[in-house]
Write a new protein. Structure first.
Length: 359
């Protein structure tokens, strides 16, 4: 079992931003010392969530502060970046980190239309923009001159420098939710990230991904590598008792959800509403906290004493998960509380599963 660490923390006010950014760097360095194999950065804007906002620039700082841990993006919101600029930045990051970059790509948030508006865009064409970005990234990283004439981007590039250390480029991951996406990514041989998937569904979705890998004609060794890479994202909170963990995590999730709902109501355009199929009890503002919080605790969280959390990890391992992404910070959670939970998980849970890559 491999363990990744993921940040989606919130700075509650502009006055705290600088301190919170520094604390996130400390947490990443601690994750490396504890033995997490990879750290993953989210990308959000304007409201204090993902307080560094620019995950690419933040990753450059992390590349200088760390030595072994891989640095991933979960995810880069492709429409917000010019593809040639993005290809250049990621290639430089791959050089700065000596080939430790993983790139999750997404078409952009389906809930926060204000992020698109803030970039002078609309989510209506985000899927097409992402498709062009993928094509341009792959062609740019070939290192050969190329011309691209698309709907949104028309470029002529002599050759990209520096080239990425990893060849043909940093791995491009996809964030997946639907069963068809699992199978399609398998056919294409793409590594995947997914979140808030109940244990009962894990084996089924991993089976669909493997079915796609086989349909794509990928060799057995590659299939094993991709299945081992495939990552499940979970909230993780480890405390001294099960009751303490549940009470404290629930309170943090209530605060996180209140912020999430407030900024969407305040900043999304009046005409905008997420597509109904994207809503669940956590994201649907019509659902009360007394339903939403138990839903997230049940479908997206590992919490309790180290013993109980280890049992929950073992259950996921038995269902086929070999790569667990652990979000240890929630909302405006304090740095000290986050670090204490990280230490309990790293020292008393991860140690039971081996495959620790760093100390």
């Amino acid at each position: 079992m491999r363990f990744g660490w993921l940040t989606l923390a919130l700075s509650p006010s502009p006055d705290e931003d600088a301190v919170r950014i520094g604390q996130q760097i400390e947490q990443v360095c601690l994750a490396e010392r504890l033995g997490f194999s990879d750290v993953w950065l989210t990308e959000h804007y304007f409201t204090g969530e993902s307080v560094y906002n620019d995950s690419l620039l933040f990753a450059a700082a992390l590349a200088m502060k760390t030595e072994r841990v891989r640095i991933g993006f979960a995810v880069v919101q492709a429409p917000f970046h010019h593809p040639v600029r993005l290809a250049t930045q990621l290639a430089l990051l791959d050089n700065l980190s000596a080939g430790r970059i993983d790139v999750g790509l997404g078409k952009g948030t389906v809930y926060n239309e204000y992020e698109f508006v803030g970039h002078g865009l609309s989510s209506a064409d985000s899927r097409e923009r992402m498709a062009e970005t993928v094509e341009i990234l792959e062609r740019a990283w070939d290192g050969e001159p190329f011309r691209y004439d698309g709907k949104f981007h028309r470029v002529q590039v002599p050759a990209l420098r520096p080239r990425p250390v990893q060849r043909p480029g940093p791995p491009l991951w996809r964030s997946v939710i639907s069963p068809t996406s699992f199978e399609e990514c398998g056919r294409l041989g793409l590594p995947i990230l997914t979140a808030r998937l109940p244990v009962a569904k894990v084996r089924e979705r991993w089976g669909l991904y493997d079915k796609g890998l086989q349909a794509g004609g990928h060799a057995a060794a590659m299939r094993r590598r991709l299945l081992d890479k495939s990552a499940l994202w979970r909230n993780v909170y480890v405390a001294e008792s099960d009751a303490q963990a549940e009470d404290e995590l629930a309170a943090l999730l209530v605060e996180t959800r209140a912020h999430m709902m407030h900024v969407r109501e305040a900043y999304n355009p009046p005409h905008f509403s997420p597509a109904p199929e994207t809503l669940n009890p956590w994201t649907d503002p019509a659902v009360k906290d007394d339903v939403a919080i138990p839903y997230v605790l049940e479908t997206g969280s590992l919490y309790g004493t180290p013993k109980r959390v280890a049992e929950q990890v073992a259950e996921l391992q038995e269902a086929g998960v070999r790569h667990l992404l652990c979000q240890t910070g929630f909302g405006a959670m304090s740095h000290d509380r986050n670090v204490a939970s990280m230490r309990r998980f790293g020292e008393q849970v991860m140690s039971r599963f081996g495959d620790k890559t760093a100390r």
